[in-house]
Design a protein around this ligand. Structure first.
Ligand code: EPU
Length: 419
């Protein structure tokens, strides 16, 4: 397993291009299964999770062609076969369950391994299942598998008890080919859902109300192939913004949609960072002294849970008391133990973490326990005095394209050791 080694303390400068959003691309790739025509997705980020979902789609019998240089990914799901062998692949990644909506909608039946919990929480799928049942499907849970079947999905009104991103996406995709109108209430409003809706609309779907909390989908008979370029990754952008604060640097990010990162801009500005947009370039100046703040993760447009760990690294180095409250996941503080190895002063009290910021972290041997926790350790390493060695880097590779190369281009002393 690869390691990342960082010698902290370098100031960053220059410009880096943000990749396409993993969490937009995964549902979009799943949605290509809704049509028998070829779909072309431009600029796909070449990430572990993207390869897993492409392998899954391929194992169903679809033709998948990836140009790793440009990220151009073509999928033609004309002939799909019944597939009993996808268990291992689907267990590798929770987002695999996003193929359920398209498969049931197009073929009336699909069986897959139940997605398990993961390091950050139990992550049930009850809201996805509530949606499929409301559309008239029957759900069988058996020996770790979930089988969903329906002669015909019929549109219905579905209230989500929580605005789940994945449930909104799965039900939206299922509704595209259902008979009549599907209405999702208390739907999630994350930008990635808007991106999926735009792609589905290009395929011929009829969707209204994305971003309002109530999404209406009028079922159509057939979806056609489409070409699409997904949105940029707001979490990758936020991760680089925090790096500017941690290294007292001024950096530029290319390919950022300012609207999507408003909650991140708001909190970093509150801390004292100067952030401005110049055409499509975001300029972040983290050279001023920063103030401690309190943060609570919330569904969009609240502060994203996927930025919580990275924010914790920054607050660990801002003198004063900050409180971070995690409301989305029950176990997303795994990075705290690792940050403590680097000298951070953090106490966890239930769903909150109280951080007494110090002037500088110390490099240490630490372990990435999940994707965003891993990113937070890279950020901490960029600030820390001495050397930081991060193991279990594969977690980071699930969601960041060549992160060490991008930081190196900005002037960081960072390298990967392949093992
Ligand atoms: N939940 C339920 N029941 C459900 C579905 C969700 O209780 O049926 C709970 C989950 O257990 C969790 C909360 O609701 O506590 C939020 O889950 P949600 O369904 O919104 O998240 P997701 O679709 O599984 C996506 C991202 C995550 C991101 C969350 C929240 C993808 C592929 N993943 O997951 O991304 O944290 O939304 O914004 O889009 C990451 O990129 O690091 C990551 C974990």
């Amino acid at each position: 397993m690869d390691k990342i080694i960082i010698k902290g303390g370098n100031t960053l400068r220059g410009e880096v291009e943000i990749s396409a959003a993993k969490n937009a691309v995964l549902p979009i790739l799943a949605a290509t299964l809704l049509s028998e025509d070829k779909c072309t997705i431009e600029n796909c980020p070449m990430l572990l999770d993207v390869f897993v979902i492409c392998d899954l789609i391929k194992s169903l019998g679809a033709k998948v062609k990836i140009d790793e240089e440009s990220g151009l990914t073509e999928i033609e799901a004309l002939n799909i076969k019944d597939c009993e062998q996808i268990g291992d692949l689907s267990r590798k990644m929770r987002a695999s369950f996003l193929i359920m909506g398209p498969m049931v909608s197009r073929f009336g039946k699909f069986k897959i391994s139940l997605p398990g919990g993961c390091n950050i929480g139990t992550r049930p799928i009850d809201l996805h299942l509530k949606g499929f049942k409301a559309l008239g499907a029957s759900v069988i849970l058996d020996h770790g598998n979930v089988e969903i079947s329906a002669n015909k999905l019929i549109g219905n009104r579905i209230y989500l008890d929580f605005p789940s991103v994945g449930a909104t996406e799965n039900i939206m995709m299922a509704g595209t080919l259902a008979e009549g109108e599907t209405i999702i209430e208390n739907a999630a409003a994350e930008p990635e859902i808007g991106d999926l809706a735009n792609f589905l609309t290009k395929m011929g779907a009829c969707i209204e109300g994305v971003g309002t909390g109530t999404i209406k989908i009028k079922g159509v008979k057939k979806l056609i192939g489409a070409d699409y370029k997904p949105i940029y990754d707001r979490i990758e952008a936020g991760t680089f913004m925090i790096a500017a604060g941690l290294t007292n640097s001024n950096i530029k990010l290319k390919g950022v949609n300012e609207d999507h990162i408003k909650p991140i801009i708001a909190k970093l500005t509150e801390m004292g960072m100067d952030i401005e947009m110049d055409n499509d370039i975001l300029i972040i100046d983290g050279r001023k002294e920063l103030k401690p703040i309190d943060i609570k993760t919330m569904p969009y447009p609240g502060f994203p849970t996927d930025m919580q760990a990275q924010m914790m690294s920054l607050l660990s180095c801002v003198v004063g008391t900050s409180v971070v409250t995690e409301t989305i996941y029950e176990n997303r503080f795994m990075h705290v133990a690792e940050l403590k190895r680097m000298g951070a002063n953090v106490k966890i009290d239930g769903r909150s973490a109280v951080i007494e910021g110090i002037t500088r972290l110390n490099g240490a041997a630490v372990k990435a326990t999940d994707l965003r926790a891993g990113a937070s350790l890279i950020l901490a390493g960029l600030e820390a005095e001495g050397e930081t060695e991060i193991t279990d880097v594969y977690h980071i590779d699930r969601g960041y394209v060549e992160i060490e190369k991008k930081f190196k281009m900005l002037g960081a002393n960072i390298r990967r050791i392949k093992e």
